[in-house]
Ligand binder design. Structure first.
Ligand code: MG
Length: 389
């Protein structure tokens, strides 16, 4: 590993808006289109990509596409353009003091993994230490108006070949929905995800959900409610999966110590990228907590990183990821993710993240573009009057 990842010659920041096949509703709100920040690093002939999972509103936490863009531009870009970094982990050390910007950091960190894979001519899954050629998938049904509509959506996924289905739920749109699905599909592997919409006062409802043989209940309570999750865990036989609560390896340790969960959903885009995702994975393997890899409605670029991560051996549960066309009429990549006949997603074998960006389409959905270079930075610095500001 003799090659320096930096200096990077340029960093391109693009915001894109992709139309969704249909609006997607969860307990936090409705998403009608996908807005993303795509970070492209250029080093010589190599272009390396990373995607930021921040949304436009508050749906995915406190970071937004715009705030993340400013962080990459003002806080992270100087390190990428100047520092001598040999690994993505070294980059994380240089930005350890920054807080409240995990999603922005993740976008840059993952682009560095892509770069490293491309420099070393290795697929990302192998660079991470993963095994296998495909990973389990899961179809997610957003909140629907009626139980019947949920049943229809589940049926659609099963016809397409999905083996696991997840239902988004929220108070008052939960028990009847799950009951209807179970009545129609008694044996399907079924998960529910509340995105933190319940409180301990809803214990009776959650106990009712316990009767349906669910494979997990994801994030019933708020992200910082570890003690409540522990209490709930003692009341239910269904495994509790924590998602929003896990933002770092430390969070994973605390949640396991508090016996707050039986499963952890690792989302690289929210935990500063792949290095820390792998750390969380290792902690969970060590403590015998199964993990699954979750997506955040990423385009094919971000999805490639999730799929690569999910090849690590501790990811024994199907990913929370589905084929590209589930969300987008057309994805940002040429080799779109498709479901295999056995209901899985194929791990890209190309170098780095292994996907090829559909450049004309990428251009057509771009809403802003900014190119950062060291020369520009230097020119800007020189314009500061002598004696400083
Ligand atoms: Mg979730």
């Amino acid at each position: 590993m003799g090659t320096d990842l930096t200096p990077i010659e340029s960093i391109e920041l693009r915001t894109v808006t992709l139309p969704l096949v249909e609006p997607f509703e969860a307990s936090y709100g409705v998403e009608r289109s996908k807005n993303a920040l795509i970070v492209t690093l250029r080093k010589g002939e190599i272009l390396a990509f990373g995607e930021c999972v921040a949304g436009t509103g508050s749906s995915h936490g406190e970071e937004t596409v715009d705030s993340a863009k400013q962080v990459v531009k003002n806080r992270l870009a100087p390190n990428l353009l100047e520092d001598r970094l040999k690994t993505p982990a070294e980059f994380l050390e240089t930005v350890e003091h920054l807080s409240g910007c995990d999603m922005a950091v993740a976008a840059a960190e993952m682009a560095l993994w892509d770069l490293q894979g491309k420099i070393e001519s290795k697929p990302l899954s192998r660079l991470l230490g993963g095994v296998g050629v495909e990973v389990g998938a899961c179809g997610t049904v957003g909140i629907q108006k009626t139980p019947k509509e949920v049943v229809n959506r589940v049926n659609k996924y099963l016809v397409e070949g999905y083996k696991t289905v997840k239902l988004k739920i929220k108070p008052s749109q939960d028990v009847e929905y799950v009951k209807a699905v179970r009545a129609k599909f008694p044996d399907v592997s079924l998960r529910v995800d509340a995105n933190g919409a319940y409180r301990l006062r809803n214990l009776d409802t959650l106990k009712q959900l316990d009767k349906f043989g669910l494979s997990l209940i994801e994030q019933p309570f708020a992200q910082d409610a570890l003690a409540d999750h522990s209490k709930l865990r003692r009341e239910l036989s269904t495994p509790i999966c924590l998602d929003e609560s896990i933002r770092s390896p430390d969070d994973a340790k605390k949640a396991i110590d508090a016996e707050a969960c039986g499963v952890i959903n690792i989302k690289p885009g929210r935990v500063r990228g792949l290095h820390r995702s792998r750390e969380i994975h290792d902690i969970c393997v060590d403590r015998s907590i199964p993990v699954l890899c979750g997506g955040m409605l990423e385009t094919g670029i971000g999805r490639a990183f999730d799929v690569a991560l999910a090849t690590l051996p501790g990811f024994t549960l199907p990913c929370d990821l589905s084929a590209s066309h589930r969300y987008f009429k057309r994805d940002l990549i040429l080799n779109e993710f498709q479901l295999t006949p056995n209901g899985k997603l194929t791990v890209p074998t190309g170098v780095g993240c292994g996907v090829t960006v559909d450049q004309p389409y990428f251009d057509s959905v771009t809403t802003s573009r900014e190119l950062l270079t060291e020369a520009k930075r230097f020119a800007k610095q020189k314009s500061i009057p002598e004696g400083g500001l």
